[in-house]
Design a binder for this molecule. Structure first.
Ligand code: IMP
Length: 200
């Protein structure tokens, strides 16, 4: 049987990143858009990354045949008690933009010195197999929030997030470099292990 891995995301940056990391896994990877569910839009109203990831995976799983994965990511800033966290996408309001979110984050950290600007990205990937069995994979990446944007690569908070031990932001990295060490890369490596067992 030809098994399929179906991604619930419609975000092109993420799809590219996921396909790149899982490319040597022996499974066909398609997105919900490829299967005609571009308009499926699940309200991410849970208060945990895990809650949102499983909600998205469950909704899609009802409509397709295959292994469904859905991820949810948040940026957790220590000096802000973990904000924006699960609300990272809408930090600056209902119609938030990456620019608006980054501006608000910088504003809220205005008086916080570098040593207290520690933060981490966390990705949770919900996995639902064809028979409904649920599994999970997680990954984090530690760093600090800079005082200004550095670089223009990537998306979201990338230009503000300075990776621990490297002294440069995700915005200053090539896709290849980010994909070797990001929170999503770590979660996907974890996913690869989980799927490796499932597919055998
Ligand atoms: P999502 O759950 O992947 O959609 O992520 C929620 C929000 O977190 C996004 O809207 C981005 O603002 C931010 N985000 C997620 N992943 C990344 C990343 O790799 N770099 C920068 N920002 C990210």
């Amino acid at each position: 049987m030809n098994r399929k891995l179906i991604l619930s995301s419609g975000n092109e940056h993420k799809i590219k990143e996921i396909k790149e990391i899982l490319k040597d896994l022996n499974i066909e990877i398609v997105s919900k858009d490829d299967l005609g569910f571009k308009d499926l839009d699940v309200d991410e109203d849970k208060d945990t990354l895990e809650g949102n990831a499983f909600k998205k995976a469950e909704e899609l799983s009802k409509l397709v045949n295959g292994i469904v994965i859905a991820d949810d990511t948040g940026l957790f800033v220590d000096a802000l008690d973990g904000a924006p966290g699960v609300y990272s996408a809408r930090y600056s309001g209902e119609n938030a933009t990456y620019k608006g979110n980054n501006e608000l984050l910088l504003k809220n950290l205005k008086d916080v010195p570098m040593e207290k600007r520690t933060a981490y990205f966390k990705t949770v990937i919900a996995i639902i197999l064809e028979d409904g069995l649920k599994l999970k994979a997680e990954g984090i990446c530690k760093g600090r929030i800079g005082f200004e944007a550095h670089g223009t690569n990537g998306f979201g908070y990338d230009p503000l997030f300075i990776v621990e031990g490297l002294g440069k932001s995700f915005g200053e990295m090539t896709d290849e470099e980010k994909n070797s060490l990001s929170h999503r890369a770590n979660a996907l490596r974890n996913l690869k292990n989980v799927l490796g067992e499932v597919l055998n």
